[in-house]
Design a protein around this ligand. Sequence first.
Ligand SMILES: Nc1ncnc2c1ncn2[C@@H]1O[C@H](COP(=O)(O)OP(=O)(O)OP(=O)(O)O)[C@@H](O)[C@H]1O
Ligand SMILES: [Mg+2]
Ligand SMILES: [Zn+2]
Length: 252
Amino acid sequence: MKQALSFLKAGNLKPEKGFCQVHWEDEPKECYVYLHNGEKHCSRCYTKALNKRSHDEWLQFRKADLHYAAHLPKRYEGQRFMATSDDQKAVRMTVKAFVDAVGQKDGWCALILYGGVGTGKTLMASELAEAVIDKFDLSVRYCTAKQMIAEIQASYSTEGKSEEGEILRFVQYGLLILDEIDIKSDSKNAALLLQEVINRRYNEEKPVVVITNQTFDNLSQHVGDRIDSRLHENAFVAAFTWEDFRKNQSSN
Ligand SMILES: Nc1ncnc2c1ncn2[C@@H]1O[C@H](COP(=O)(O)OP(=O)(O)OP(=O)(O)O)[C@@H](O)[C@H]1O
Ligand SMILES: [Mg+2]
Ligand SMILES: [Zn+2]
């Protein structure tokens, strides 16, 4: 890629008669060649480099779009989850295994990040979202469960939007990350919407990440049996067992 780009940037593409360094064996005849760093390249090389550049530019734009559409919290942008203890290293390994499973697209899987406040769950989720976008070019959406429900419910009073359309949107993301999934919903409708999105993603074999302050064993009391059961199938479970980072930061 670098070679192709530097070829285009050269600015000294003066054609002259000669043999192309790359294609002379296929076409052992003299043609117009472009001189670049003392090498001779034919118009086929030049077109290839041009196509590659436009593809690379397109990929760059697409990745920027995917990062923007993921709605990752700004405060964690470019931040890395530091894994120093064995427990933190184990979390990192679990998350890596999940990311690999997402890349292989081999069916439903769920990552559960659970633990106390300030232990780095949202940070870890943001980092993994960036990896999924960069490595696999997949669409990702991060939001709290409450936020997702509010977005779907906003369709009830917005012309041109429908509940079905909004649910579909949350089903179609390559990866959905739902933070604070245990927050008690204030209405039956909210609980049903959460259940509907998880169930449809499960049926479509689209992975989810859920984040909670509850233990995995306790989750059913907060999200109901139907969601809890699905989250237990092909589950990658990461327990954040250490102290609140926010408190550690302020005492240092
Ligand atoms: N492993 C880590 N390495 C570096 N910084 C960390 C780590 N864990 C947490 N932090 C920092 O601590 C703060 C809290 O992290 P974060 O918001 O991800 O916690 P959380 O588990 O999502 O908390 P809550 O349950 O309250 O939402 C952030 O500023 C984050 O950058
Ligand atoms: Mg958080
Ligand atoms: Zn050539």
